[in-house]
Design a protein around this ligand. Structure first.
Ligand code: SF4
Length: 365
């Protein structure tokens, strides 16, 4: 098999209409059925999502895909860090392919390993806490490199559904927690555990001591990296107020990547899977306003015609998730059928071993 890293899929796909592309994908799926598994994240557009053999959030997909070990080719319709996690958890004979190399996660890219490595000793000196008493925690939305750093330094990965549990473990295990990369998930989990405002501080990249005074760091229990998801950041308290003014009986549910002011005003906050479960369990006739990515909100509205489902904020499309178009999926499958591996995602073994430690630690917690 040959191996190509390529973003340009070729002009032959541009002339195809949507239905032709769908028909060709369906035909390739049939042809490759013995060896192929297509994974679809909930934020994927319908034209891609409809072909997923497994759907879910990032970690659920990676774990489930690894359990289907008779399928050699895992085509991950999601973003780069998800494909990396799938590669880390997959069996040695499984191969992970990402249909578009532009499908990254801007939030994950906000904490590079180099920046984290530089900040680590600086935080130790500035806070007066020995490096081995600082516990790193990284959201699963981070690169394998950062997960590797966390695994190497005795820390854990967390997800949006277990962030509080993992943070509690980290607070008990050391004197100070360094949380990457999503400040909002870290802040929401910290406040849910009852930490005071001045026990949670923001580490601003590029500023000496992360922009914090020595006194602020001495009081801190959690130091948050200053990453954020630009999609969930588009929701503001005003959006919640507007919906409540329109319908006082509405239930507002938001993802914990939203800012804390929004989470506090919502009736519930939950991970992607949590939102799906809560809406599914809602009474017929109930009205839900959901603060998360628009493809998921619209799919839930289609799946639950007995409920009224609205997006909290218009325009919350994740552009990098949306980079994967049906034509990109077809391109990967066409190449597989010809014996070519395109856009293979492979985590170097030394990093994968350390990242796996951080993932396994989360599963133990
Ligand atoms: S929705 Fe936000 S966190 Fe998720 S992939 Fe897009 S940018 Fe990253």
């Amino acid at each position: 098999m040959s191996f190509v890293q390529q973003i340009n899929i070729g002009a032959q796909y541009q002339g195809l209409d949507e239905q032709q592309i769908f028909d060709n994908i369906a035909a390739r799926k049939k042809e490759l059925a013995d060896s192929l598994l297509i994974l679809g994240h909930h934020y994927q557009q319908d034209g891609v999502y409809q072909f997923a053999d497994l759907s879910g959030d990032s970690l659920k997909l990676s774990k489930e895909a690894a359990a289907v070990d008779n399928k050699k080719y895992l085509v991950f319709c999601g973003v780069h860090f998800m494909a990396e996690a799938a590669d880390i958890l997959a069996a040695d004979h499984q191969v992970v392919l990402l249909p578009h190399l532009d499908a990254g996660c801007p939030m994950a890219d906000m904490s590079t390993r180099g920046a984290v490595e530089a900040a680590w000793p600086e935080l130790s000196v500035a806070s007066g806490v020995a490096e081995d008493r600082i516990i790193p925690v990284t959201y699963v939305n981070s690169s394998a490199d950062v997960k590797g750093f966390v695994g190497e330094h005795g820390g854990s990965v967390c997800t949006s559904s277990n962030a509080e549990r993992v943070l509690k473990w980290a607070l008990d295990a050391g004197e100070l927690v360094f949380f990457f990369p999503d400040q909002h998930l870290g802040r929401n989990a910290s406040f849910a555990l009852g930490l005071a405002e001045d026990e949670v501080v923001l580490w601003k990249r590029g500023e000496p001591q992360g922009g914090c005074s020595t006194e602020e760091l001495a009081r801190a229990k959690v130091v948050l990296w200053d990453g954020y998801c630009e999609v969930h950041m588009r929701s503001f308290p005003e959006h919640v107020h507007t919906w409540r003014a329109k319908d006082p009986d509405v239930t507002v549910i938001v993802h914990p990547e939203c800012r804390n002011e929004v989470v506090r005003l919502a009736d519930m906050s939950g991970s992607t899977e949590g939102i799906i479960a809560a809406v599914g369990a809602g009474k017929p006739g109930s009205h839900w306003v959901i603060g998360t990515e628009i493809n998921l909100v619209e799919r839930l509205a289609t799946l639950h015609p007995d409920k009224t489902i609205d997006a909290l904020t218009p325009g919350c499309l994740c552009p990098t998730m949306d980079a994967i178009q049906p034509a990109n999926l077809l391109w990967v499958l066409d190449n597989l059928a010809r014996g070519n591996l395109v856009n293979r995602i492979q985590v170097p073994p030394a990093i994968a071993v350390q990242a796996r430690k951080a993932l396994d630690r989360m599963l133990e917690i």
